[in-house]
Design a protein around this ligand. Structure first.
Ligand SMILES: [Zn+2]
Length: 241
């Protein structure tokens, strides 16, 4: 299968589903990681252009660890707010490029507007992938991908419907996250729960993975909610690794 994980920012996908993506890759599936924005506000020191370039390189380095292809749609961070014809076609083209069978994206309810819009647009365009009259550079293919939501960073209100045992891939997940070097201090300074401690971010990821593992009956797990929306969802098909 072809697997596509779409986050709003470089580091979103790594935080919440890198273990699952590493597992897919190890099983021989083709994995793509995409971001809507280039994360170009994620620094108090670099210019927007510099930090956007740095974060795209970090995301590409992270994807390379599992042999995944990284694609950035290059919207401005926190200014990704409009769904129009151009946006839809850009996302349709992305999914067609990846020939995705399965898509992971943000939960529709989240603390960040870029996250919620990314989730909405993926939901909007999934049914449009096979439609020939919607012309994009990449040709249509005859699949409506199934969509899975990964959990928000604070996990608030998120109750997984399914779990993936990532025990054997937890180290890979942390290695992928460690590529996001530019974000360590930024997150420590901007997220109160990290208390200024750059290592605390990694603790929160470990705690979440252990908590989901406790629920799933393994050491480390990632939890997901399957998007249930009419005929696009093939409930009889087991697609998680
Ligand atoms: Zn984000």
């Amino acid at each position: 299968m072809n697997i596509l994980a779409v986050g709003a920012h470089p580091d979103d996908v790594e935080t919440m589903c890198a273990g699952t993506l590493a597992k897919y890759a190890a099983q021989g599936h083709k994995v793509f990681i995409a971001t809507a924005t280039n994360g170009n506000i994620g620094s108090a020191h670099h210019t927007m252009e510099e930090i956007g370039r740095i974060r795209k390189q970090e995301a590409a380095n992270s994807a390379a660890i599992i042999g995944a292809e990284y694609i950035c749609l290059d919207y401005d961070d926190e200014m990704f707010f409009e769904i129009n014809r151009e946006t839809r076609l850009k996302f349709i083209n992305l999914v067609r490029h990846c020939k995705a069978d399965v898509i992971f994206t943000h939960n529709p309810h989240d603390y960040n507007p870029d996250h919620m819009l990314t989730s909405k647009i993926i939901n909007d365009i999934a049914v449009m992938i096979p439609i020939a009259h919607l012309k994009t550079e990449e040709p249509p293919y005859n699949v409506v991908p199934s969509i899975w939501y990964f959990e928000p960073a604070n996990s608030m209100g998120f109750v997984p419907t399914d779990y993936v045992d990532i025990t054997d891939y937890f180290d890979t997940k942390m290695k992928m996250l460690s590529c996001m070097e530019s974000q360590k201090q930024w997150m420590a300074d901007n997220y109160a729960q990290l208390g200024g401690d750059t290592e605390r971010f990694y603790d929160t990821i470990r705690i979440t993975s252990e908590f989901r593992g406790m629920q799933a009956g393994c050491k480390y797990a990632e939890g997901f909610v399957r998007a249930l929306d009419g005929y696009r969802t093939r409930l009889t098909e087991r697609v998680l690794p």
